[in-house]
Design a binder for this molecule. Sequence first.
Ligand code: EPZ
Length: 414
Amino acid sequence: MDSFFIRGNKPLQGQVTISGSKNATLPIMAASLLSSGEVILTGVPNLDDISVMSEVLTTLGAKVTRENDVLIIDGKDVNSCEIPENISRKMRASNLVMGALLARFAQARVAYPGGCAIGTRPMDLHLKGFRSLGYDIREEYGFMEGKADKIGGKEILLDFPSVGATENIMMTASLTHGTTIIRNAAREPEIVDLQNFLNRMGAKIRGAGLDTIKIEGVKHLVGVEHKVIPDRIEAGTFMVAAAITRGDVWIENVVSEHIQPLISKLREIGIEIIPGSSGLRVIGSSQPRPTDIKTMPYPGFPTDMQAQMMAFLATVKGTSIVVETIFENRFMHVQELRRMGANIKVEGRVAIVKGGRLQGASVEATDLRAGAALILAGLFAEGETVVSHIEHIDRGYDSIHEKLQGIGAEINRK
Ligand code: EPZ
């Protein structure tokens, strides 16, 4: 098991290029099952989660080949509708194939996905959506089993704007005859990218990015080529890297409107952000100001940036408040940051952060974004920080230590 070895206290300078979005690629890979044609995805990041989703698709009989950032998926020979537990437990997003399997084969049997450290991650909203579309869904022996019954387009109201449930229902509805309307839909940019991909395949979907999405079911979808959007959370992570080291970094391949909540928060703290046509410049401040963060569904402040921002606020003199409203257990980075001298008190979903100095220490990554937060803290801390269990980080960051080295960070992987 590798670790990252980091020596902090150096302002990062230079240019870094962001990879394609993990959270856009995963649902689009699942959606490729909707067609027996060949799908060519470009701008695909090199991540463990993408490898796991490729394994999920090949388990079903699809052919998946990769050449650099190009992924080719051929769903012609899909011959199974079952995802076994040993695969499904590897990654929560394996649940995203259920909607596509129901739509194309009128049946699916998917083991409950792994919950993960940040929360129980139930599937009730996904299953409510499938049932509304007329699928007979059973939950038994650790599996979710579905088959077509009286299927037809319907109006579905999501109790919570779940990203995954919105994506799963979009996929199923795209091949379900009649009109489906999803109300209180998730509005993330990755939902828009999925809509664009599906419409290119021949689907008729409108409204992604807003809270109501309308889908006219069609009979057939074809294989297409698609370039995935840049990863707004990787971009945000590097923006915080520039801010926490009081550096000056150009971040290439960023869609600024995808990270407006982060841009406005960093500006509140005193960080200078200068957007350009294909990226943005982040200039740290010698006197950053404390602020308050409350995670919300898009277009609110993203929960996937909460840990990284907390690491930064732990270095900003004054008191900041961080409220996590999306996941019930997304403060596991706190105990690790405390080992580095961070002054953070947690009351339920509220963390009170009193900024100050940090010292290097041996810390453990507990989940993907917590691991990223520990790297950021190590870039600021005096002395050496060792981050272990970095397999969590490999799930969602493509060569993060090499990208950081490229802008002057002292970080090695051993
Ligand atoms: C997606 O997860 C992202 N993953 C997560 O990113 C992200 O944190 C999350 O959306 C929220 O933005 C991918 O896109 C692959 P949700 P997802 O359904 O779809 C509850 C990362 O770091 N809920 O929007 O699983 C759920 O428990 C990952 O890249 C139900 O109650 O998230 C949670 O509290 C982490 N019932 C809330 O909704 C359901 O049926 C948000 O979950 C579904 C969800």
